[in-house]
Design a protein around this ligand. Sequence first.
Ligand code: FAD
Ligand code: 2HG
Ligand code: ZN
Length: 476
Amino acid sequence: PRAGFAKTSEEHVKPLRSLLSSPTSLLSTLDGSASSDDLATYNNDWMNKYYGQSPLVVKPKSTDEVSKVLKYCYEHDLAVVPQGGNTGLVGGSNPVYDELILSTSNLNNIRSFDPISGVLVADAGVILENADHYLADKGFIFPLDLGAKGSCQIGGNVATNAGGLRLLRYGSLHGSVLGLEVVLPDGTIWDGLSTLRKDNTGTIGVITAVSILCPRRPSAMNVAVFSLSSYEAVQKVYAEAKSRLGEILSAFEFFDRQSYALVTHHQKELGSERKAFETEGDFYCLIETAGSNGEHDEAKLSDLVEHVMSEEMVLDGVLAQDQTQFASLWSMRELLPEACGKAGSVYKYDLSVPVPKMYSLVERIRERLRAGGVLEGDGGNGPIRAVAGYGHMGDGNLHINIVAEKYSEQLEKIIEPYIYEIVAENNGSISAEHGLGVMKAPYIGYSKSKTSIEMMRKMKQLFDPKGLLNPYKYIL
Ligand code: FAD
Ligand code: 2HG
Ligand code: ZN
């Protein structure tokens, strides 16, 4: 039920607008400055699974404005949801009831870049792809890449500690975060931009700027995709890739036949050409190399390709010959969330499981759905259309996307908490990289001990004593 916060009502519109330098920085159905359709983009999530009811969005243009808005909300007991690009996949970025939405979209300046140290200081609302393009011009790279790069914002990335496609190379994003500027729930601005720390805030403050250590952009990159006959074969190729590519291995992703079918269909609809495999398989893996000497890297990758082909570890392989093919091979993996979304309503699970056991979870979920009478064979026209398994093999991070005809309580009950039980059985985590949000708040006990949860609760209480920031999420 809705907690006892004040209602986000009309009386707050004028005072809040007066805190903002531009009248267009406040959108509300309460004064007719926006329609409910205008607000739907902010209220609804990327999957169309979570729908908020907020009548008010503020889009401050400076840290100072964020501070004034939060101070006002604190004094008037208004709950607030910070929102970046709204690409989160666990319902964390949307209101549950009428919480005010504080969007960081208008905080979008790059503040500084030092080409000697590689330190980038930028506003939280800078879109990830824009930050990376800016860095590319200077020979640097953002130490995070993910399929949502065109919309997600670096503040949102840091708040969720997003993992992404190159964690294998650059490590956890928090390892690259040198500092943050944060506005606390009562409006206090904490300038931690120049200090060396790797802490994130998420629900205990609004990140307004980040300082990030960016590596040099590798001058030579290549990618290969293989089709394989079994998950065991994927593991063998992974071991070979690690030993034969060593320091130039920068990503190792895998996906199954069901994922491949969905993405192939989606790419056809998009009209994008892609080199097909002569022999398709039950599994696919994508290997990326990144280094500083093209010839050396190519020799290593060719050696790997030759080896896995001659040892019949793979069925077929495609190696990118140019930049266009590089992007097109990557798109096979990057477009997977979108491909699943186009095929139906998707139940997404983002799990950490020991690599050898990873795929058995996908099989167990399929069995469970078949036993429940909602999945026939591999899918098709029943309530469940497909179960796709893919993920960041190198990070032990499995994504299960259950594509349903529509979201229903009956389906959810078949899947949850069963899926979390089998994760706990395997000592895994129910949230590898996407966070807990609304979706997993009731299930945190499957991955965290009572003591850890209590510590998190105390931290939250310390920074946000009124519990105004992003309520109903994360910890209940
Ligand atoms: P939002 O979705 O707006 O917010 C996410 C959470 O962060 C919310 O709880 C919100 O309240 C909070 N938040 C946002 N901004 C701030 C701020 N400035 N201060 C405090 N809190 C804030 N995730 C991965 O980890 N790896 C992937 O490979 C990956 N791929 C994706 C691919 C696609 C196609 C999509 C749609 C999503 C993917 N994600 C992935 C999910 C991922 O969490 C987000 O894409 C991204 O990190 C969220 O950034 P955002 O700006 O959209 O944040
Ligand atoms: C990815 O790895 C993202 O593509 C999204 O983390 C995963 O949509 C998903 O389940
Ligand atoms: Zn992922």
